[in-house]
Design a protein around this ligand. Structure first.
Ligand code: ZN
Length: 507
């Protein structure tokens, strides 16, 4: 039941239905692998807590020993530190940590209503500032199981090494927001198999507490590069990207959803994702809508983003690359999990087509509106999964159950015919931004950089063979001087087409 109208660009997208979530945790990766992956990416690991909970020493390990200690103004936190040696910390960083910790208590407990964590032996929560080298921080529970578990935090002493993509005070802020939330979480329940959802929660808290810092942006490409992977797949970096699922539920249903799910989790062990979903469903949502919203938000990021739709910071997120689907071609992904495969189809013809179907026939639920508006969903819930196969045209797109949003995909030239830019990372960037260009046929590529006023500040030309190529820009202008902080537009041109991407340079 395809409907063809007229079109410029056409995508095909498969949505995978919702089924046995619990089985997905079996796919958690090895912590060692995760570490290697991160090191290869050139960045430190956001959080060592998942490694900590896998450690056989948990519960018997000694706390770090540091010579000095200072108490926070509220009396609730002790920061342990050293003034010299490998772990040396400057006094001002200690004072900053103490005041951030007191603010985190006010935010997370007094304002957001989370339960104060259970006291350790002296009733003061401890933070140890050590040279962790590869980790921003970690939270160590003092017992390896059960409810009401007390814990302490170990955080990096100075966040200055090159592996820390977010540095100094900003790194200290998001790390303490993240790790203190782990302390609260272990106070509810310690359940190592759910650790990926602990990470989701703490990444989400980073953004609640410090909306402007955005360290989590560095991890997002691990989702946008492989959106077809199961939502609950964990490998030490992916769970920091799929935290966007919780960002979405917060935006749809408010931040209390997260706390209520944790309270449910405290009274009954189980799957935290199911509890997040249960709260949304009790708030009037349904799984079909949540799945299709996740899909739609995931597609409209970066240059495809539309103000007012999707994640608040969607314009800064990486984009899902849409490879070309050959006629009659098939995609497969693991059934039973939320994941999605996106592709574009050739030739470009028709405006919008949408269908939902199982293995045999189109379902009557397929929603296609005249005038080029598409409704996603519903997906059927149950043991079987159904793909939603949507061709999104150049005109518009409507989400079920919400006001109509109009997307003008053409405006952005997101899908030039002979090359695709993807994986622009990190963005915003500090010293260097890189991107990949997949070229269908070899030939000339020209790169232009414009500043926010539209002035050309950089130009380079390459002749490249077909395939995938990585390019980078070190933030310098044509004359070699470092460019000022701000927004730049990267424009890539081949003889036949062009595409643009927004880059943001921070000092
Ligand atoms: Zn964490």
């Amino acid at each position: 039941m395809w409907r063809n109208l007229s079109i410029l660009h056409r995508y095909v997208v498969f949505l995978f239905g919702f089924a046995s979530i619990a089985a997905a945790s079996a796919f958690a990766g090895e912590p060692g692998e995760a570490l290697i992956e991160h090191v290869c990416n050139g960045g430190a690991v956001r959080c060592g807590t998942p490694s900590v909970v896998q450690s056989p020493l948990l519960g018997v390990e000694q706390r770090p020993v540091l010579p000095l200690v200072k108490r926070s103004p509220s009396g609730r936190f002790d920061v342990h530190y050293a003034r010299s040696g490998d772990d040396a910390t400057v006094e001002t960083a200690v004072d900053s940590a103490l005041s951030i910790l007191d603010r985190m208590w006010e935010l997370q407990i007094d304002q957001m209503g989370y339960r104060p964590p259970p006291p350790d032996q002296d009733g003061v929560i401890d933070v140890y500032m050590k040279n962790l080298r590869l980790f921003y921080g970690m939270t160590v529970p003092e017992q390896p199981g059960g409810r009401g578990v007390a814990s302490y935090m170990v955080i990096e002493n100075d966040f200055q090494e090159p592996v820390f993509l977010t540095k100094g005070l900003d790194a200290l802020r998001v790390t303490l927001a993240h790790e203190f939330f782990h302390v609260i979480q272990f106070g509810y329940r310690y359940a190592p198999l759910q650790i990926g959802r602990y990470e989701w929660s703490s990444v989400w808290m980073e953004d609640v507490a410090f909306d402007d810092i955005n360290d989590y942006h560095y991890y997002l490409s691990t989702y946008f590069q492989d959106p077809q992977e199961p939502l609950l797949r964990e490998n030490g970096s992916r769970e920091y990207a799929t935290a966007l699922f919780l960002f979405m539920l917060d935006q749809l249903h408010g931040p209390d959803l997260v706390r209520q799910a944790w309270e449910r989790f405290e009274s009954r062990p189980g799957n935290l994702l199911e509890y997040f979903l249960l709260e949304a469903v009790e708030n009037g949502d349904n799984l079909e809508n949540i799945a299709s919203t996740w899909f739609a938000w995931s597609l409209f990021t970066g240059l495809r983003s539309v103000p007012g739709f999707g994640w608040e910071e969607a314009a800064w997120y990486p984009m899902i690359e849409l490879p070309t689907l050959s006629p009659g071609g098939q995609y497969s992904a693991e059934a039973g999990y939320w994941g999605m495969v996106a592709a574009r189809t050739e030739p470009f013809a028709g405006e919008i087509e949408v269908s939902l179907y199982d293995s045999t026939e189109a379902l009557p639920a397929a929603a296609v509106e005249d005038g080029g508006e598409v409704q996603f969903g519903p997906l059927r819930q149950g043991r079987e999964w159904y793909g939603a196969n949507a061709f999104i045209g150049a005109v518009s797109f409507q989400r079920v159950g919400a006001k109509t949003m109009v997307f003008n995909l053409d405006e952005f030239s997101v899908l030039p015919s002979d090359f695709i830019i993807s994986s622009v990372w990190p963005n915003p960037f500090n010293e260097r931004v890189q991107w990949e260009v997949t070229v269908v046929e070899g030939g000339k590529l020209r790169f232009f950089l414009y500043d926010v006023l539209g002035r050309e500040v950089f130009f380079h030309r390459y002749v490249v063979p077909a395939g995938r190529h990585t390019f980078f820009w070190d933030g310098r202008l044509q004359d070699g001087r470092p460019g000022p902080s701000g927004v730049y537009i990267l424009r890539v041109m081949s003889p036949d087409s062009q595409a643009a991407h927004r880059l943001v340079k921070l000092r």
